[in-house]
Design a protein around this ligand. Structure first.
Ligand SMILES: [Zn+2]
Ligand SMILES: [Zn+2]
Length: 350
C-alpha cells in the first residue's frame, strides 16, 4: 500500500509499505477512506516535533472502515464506519477516568498515530487501544462530515467546553484557521451574546463573513479597541487564543475584562511571557493545554442532528497519489485553502 512517510527533517515521501497487522488484542485495523492534513503534520516536517519517529507514516486525521479487530476489542466490529481519535488513551488510569485523556499514563497514550507510530495518510492503519480510539459514525453522517471529529473539531469542542461560556458573554476568538473555525462553530452552540473573531488574513476573514454572518470581525491591529467598543464591561468575558502567533498571547489577555477566562488552545513555537505586574488586579483565569479528545461520540451526535457542520472547511480534495501537491497547497496557504481532504486513489474515477 502507499504510505506518506516522514523520511527526515524537511522530507516526506510516498512509499510502498506492507499492510499493517494486529499486534495487540486491543488493536484494530482500519481501511482509511478519507484523511486530512493538519498543521501538526507540518510541524513534524519542519523538525519541531522531537518525538516524531523517522520512517513512520504521517497523518492523524482520518475516518475509515474497520477491517479487523483484536480479541479484546468490543466497541467496534469489522464493517463499522469509524472516526479515529488523534489521541491514544486507555480509559482506565486516573487521568482517563477524569476525562483528562490527553494525560493518559499508558505507554501507548497521547499523540502516537502519525507521530510515534504509523498514521493515516495511507490505505490501512493500525489503531491501538481501539475501544477508546474509534467511534462509530452514525449512518446519516458522511465521511466528509465526520472527517475532523477526532482532531481539530475535538479541539474546538473541548476549548468551548472548558471556557465556561454563558449566554451573557462576549466571546473573543483569536485566529480563524481550521482550529479557530472549529472553535467558533462549537462556541456558537453555546449561544453567547456576541462573538468576535480576530484574524489577520483578509481571505480567512472573508471565509468567516461568508459562512458565519452573525460573527463580528476584526484584525489584530484593531482588536483591542474593537473589543472594548463591542463589549459591556470593558473587555471580552471569554477569550480563546487559537492563533499562536508572536503577539497573540499578549493580545488575548489585553482584550479580556477583569475576572475573564482565557483559554489558550494555540501551540507556540517559542516561550510566552506572563507579565504579572501589568496583569495584577485583572484577576484573570488562564486555561491551557492540549485537547482532551473524549467527546467524539457527543460531537458525532451533534453532526447527525445538524448542529455542527464542518464541511465548508474542506476547500480542496486530492487522491492519495497526489498528496505531495496537497501538502504544497496547504503549507503555502494558497488558493484560500482551509483544509484538504485526501481520498483513496479511486477518487478521480468516482
Ligand atoms: Zn492535528
Ligand atoms: Zn489512561
Amino acid at each position: 500500500m502507499q504510505a506518506y512517510t516522514y523520511i527526515e527533517k524537511g522530507k516526506f515521501a510516498l512509499l510502498e509499505k506492507a499492510k499493517p497487522t494486529l499486534i495487540e488484542p486491543t488493536d484494530a485495523i482500519v481501511k482509511v477512506t478519507l484523511g486530512s492534513i493538519c498543521t501538526s503534520d507540518l510541524h513534524i516536517k519542519h523538525g519541531s516535533v522531537p518525538r516524531a519517529v523517522p520512517g513512520i507514516t504521517i497523518g492523524h486525521e482520518m475516518v475509515g472502515i474497520v477491517e479487523q479487530v483484536g480479541s479484546e476489542v468490543t466497541a467496534v466490529k469489522p464493517g463499522d464506519r469509524v472516526t479515529v481519535n488523534v489521541e491514544t488513551f486507555c480509559g482506565e488510569c486516573f487521568y482517563c477516568k477524569n476525562g483528562y485523556v490527553n494525560n493518559c499514563t499508558s505507554p501507548h497514550g497521547g499523540w502516537a498515530l502519525g507521530c510515534r507510530i504509523d498514521g493515516g495518510q495511507t490505505e490501512y492503519v493500525r489503531v491501538p487501544l481501539a475501544n477508546q480510539g474509534l467511534n462509530r459514525i452514525p449512518e446519516e453522517v458522511t465521511d466528509e462530515q465526520a472527517l475532523f471529529v477526532g482532531d481539530v473539531l475535538a479541539t474546538g469542542f473541548w476549548a468551548a467546553r472548558i471556557t465556561e461560556i454563558t449566554e451573557d458573554d462576549t466571546v473573543l476568538i483569536i485566529g480563524a484557521g481550521p482550529t479557530g473555525i472549529c472553535t467558533l462553530i462549537c462556541v456558537m452552540l453555546r449561544n453567547p451574546k456576541r462573538i468576535i473573531v480576530c484574524e489577520k488574513s483578509e481571505e480567512r476573514r472573508e471565509f468567516v463573513r461568508k459562512h458565519y454572518s452573525s460573527v463580528l470581525l476584526t484584525t489584530p491591529e484593531e482588536c483591542q479597541e474593537f473589543v472594548i467598543k463591542n463589549s459591556v464591561n470593558g473587555g471580552a468575558d471569554r477569550v480563546l487564543e487559537v492563533a499562536g502567533a508572536n503577539d497573540t498571547f499578549q493580545l488575548a489577555w489585553q482584550c479580556a475584562r477583569p475576572n475573564a477566562i482565557i483559554t489558550v488552545v494555540a501551540l507556540y513555537d517559542e516561550p510566552q511571557v506572563l507579565p504579572l505586574p501589568q496583569m495584577y488586579g485583572k484577576n484573570l483565569t488562564f486555561k491551557t493545554g492540549g485537547v482532551d479528545g473524549c467527546d467524539c461520540e457527543k460531537i458525532l451526535q451533534l453532526i447527525k442532528e445538524g448542529k455542527i457542520d464542518t464541511t465548508p472547511l474542506i476547500t480542496h480534495r486530492f487522491p492519495l497519489a497526489k498528496i505531495a501537491e496537497a501538502y504544497e497547497l496547504f503549507e503555502q496557504k494558497r488558493d484560500g485553502v482551509i483544509k484538504v481532504a485526501i481520498y483513496d486513489n479511486d477518487y478521480e474515477k468516482k
